[in-house]
Design a protein around this ligand. Structure first.
Ligand SMILES: [Zn+2]
Length: 82
């Protein structure tokens, strides 16, 4: 375990996760919402991060972070994020 800074609220915590204990539930909820959305929708209709944010109800800041993960690099490319 190492000390990390929570990617949601910025507090320091000891864990191997990306977010702290307090933010964990929201993080998992939004991640599953995001995954469900990209599985069930034609993301070629999505042409901006803002658009995706409106569609999913997830903040652009969080979406940016999700899309920076290797799992979603193809999606990020498809949406052509700059
Ligand atoms: Zn946090």
């Amino acid at each position: 375990m190492e000390f990390k800074r929570c990617e949601r609220c910025g507090c320091f915590f000891a864990s191997n996760d990306n977010v702290c204990y307090n933010c964990g539930a929201k993080e998992r909820f939004e991640m599953s919402k995001f995954k469900t959305y990209i599985e069930e929708n034609n993301i070629s209709n999505i042409n901006s991060l803002n658009n995706l944010s409106v569609e999913t109800g997830i903040s652009t800041k969080t979406l940016n972070r999700f899309l920076s993960y290797n799992d979603f690099s193809e999606i990020a490319e498809q949406i052509n994020l700059k």
